[in-house]
Design a protein around this ligand. Sequence first.
Ligand code: GLY
Length: 254
Amino acid sequence: MFTNAIVRTPGRSIVEGLSNSKTLGLPNYKQAIIQHQSYIDALTKCGLDVHVLEPCEEYPDSTFVEDVALITPNCAIITRPGAPSRRGEVYDIEFVLKQRFNNIEVIDAPGTIEGGDIMMVGDHYFIGLSERTNLEGARQIIKILKKYDMSGSTISLKKVLHLKTGLSYLEKNNLVVCGEFINDSCFEKYNQIEIPENESYAANCIWVNESVIIPLGYPTVKQRIMNAGYTVIETDVSEFEKLDGGLSCLSLRY
Ligand code: GLY
């Protein structure tokens, strides 16, 4: 069960965030604020106490708080983003987490790792090797996880930005899979909820206390997750999609 979440309100600088999307256009600040509030409401509906951080204009992508830390039951780890423009986001999140957790660990250069590349499955963590997460970052985090009686393993990504762009673990052995992860032997022991390519954005969704929050507008994903026995809550995150941001990236849950 999760009891808390940390989110950060988008700043006006969100229009300058990183994006590979050629067709979706720039995010609209006012719409992003409305959608962000709906996202907070969805987390609250799932029973979480949501701590909302002030916008940080200096870092356009800083609303994607999941990328800069990993909170485990035994420790919190400050990551080191692979995107140079995001590196400075870690200082404020370290300050915030130090007020809440005793065991704080830090990823050091030359390691890079972003939280979107880390998928928790019980006390094991799958780590995607991507353009943002390198082998040294993965090595450091696996060492830290072992120190706190947890484990990690790596998987190389071919196409997607982050591991959780195409995978989401919904507890109870249920795994949402899409694109390059379909038929991957690393995940054959899980009950796979396969997502069609035309709804791939919704492969990034989050389990929160028996409910699953998914992006609005993906009927096949909604139906398949409902068929697996979950209550589904939809929330519109289309302004964040314009920056390649997944729904999970908007919060740290613990
Ligand atoms: N715009 C989110 C990211 O690329 O990190």
